[in-house]
Structures are given as structure tokens and as C-alpha cells.
Design a protein around this ligand. Sequence first.
Ligand code: 5GP
Ligand code: ZN
Length: 114
Amino acid sequence: MDNCLFCKIINGEITAKKVYENEHIIAFNDIDPKAPIHILVIPKKHIRSINELNSSDINLAGEIILAAKKIAKDQGVDSKGFRVVFNTNDDGGQTVYHIHMHIMGGRQMQWPPG
Ligand code: 5GP
Ligand code: ZN
């Protein structure tokens, strides 16, 4: 989609440090990490947020979650623990409107988040 930052990362217009990619998704380091490990997982298909996910996207949603398992293991934070977050719309703190899952780890997370 034109003018979508993450679509530009997908098509290579903007560079990012990729940590994982398959046919449907890519994962890359967040440019402004909030934890020692802070990775974003996005579908290659432009979907604005969880609100725009459809039942036809169920496999894609599952792939994104399973990528968290693989990436957490690859990054060595699976057993100590990590957090996944989908910020959604304004109150959720979403700033980039291409659905993405944050994976954060490498430090103790606080609850509740701010
Ligand atoms: P949100 O606030 O929408 O949940 O998360 C958007 C995330 O994208 C933020 O954590 C922000 O640091 C990250 N981000 C914004 N612009 C870029 C960029 O150009 N490259 C990368 N790698 N991450 C970005
Ligand atoms: Zn997009």
C-alpha cells in the first residue's frame, strides 16, 4: 500500500535489519527498541490493524504467533520469557497502521504496561 512505512520495508524501499522471513511474513528489529530484544513481525499483506483481520486471515494470524515462538527461541529468550503485543488504534498506542506484533525480551517486563 502506498505511503505505508511497513509496506516500504517489505518492498525494500526502506531498509530494516531482518531476522526472519517466509512467504507470508517478515520480522525485523524495531528502530527504537524498548527492550534488549525488540522485534516486529508483520504480514506481507497490508492489513491495518487487528480490527481489519478477517476469518480468511486465520492462517496468517497463526503464522505470526508461531513466528514469536521461533524468534524467541532463536534470540535465546524463550525460557526466561518475553512479551508479545499488538497495539491497536489510538488508545492502544498504535503508530504504524500496518498490523504488527512486537516481540520484546531480554529484561523483566512490568505489569500493567503504561
Ligand atoms: P506501534 O507504536 O504502532 O505499536 O509500533 C510501531 C513500531 O515501529 C515502533 O516501536 C517504532 O519504533 C517502529 N518503527 C517506526 N518506524 C520504523 C522504521 O522505519 N524502521 C523500523 N525498523 N521500525 C520502525
Ligand atoms: Zn502496509
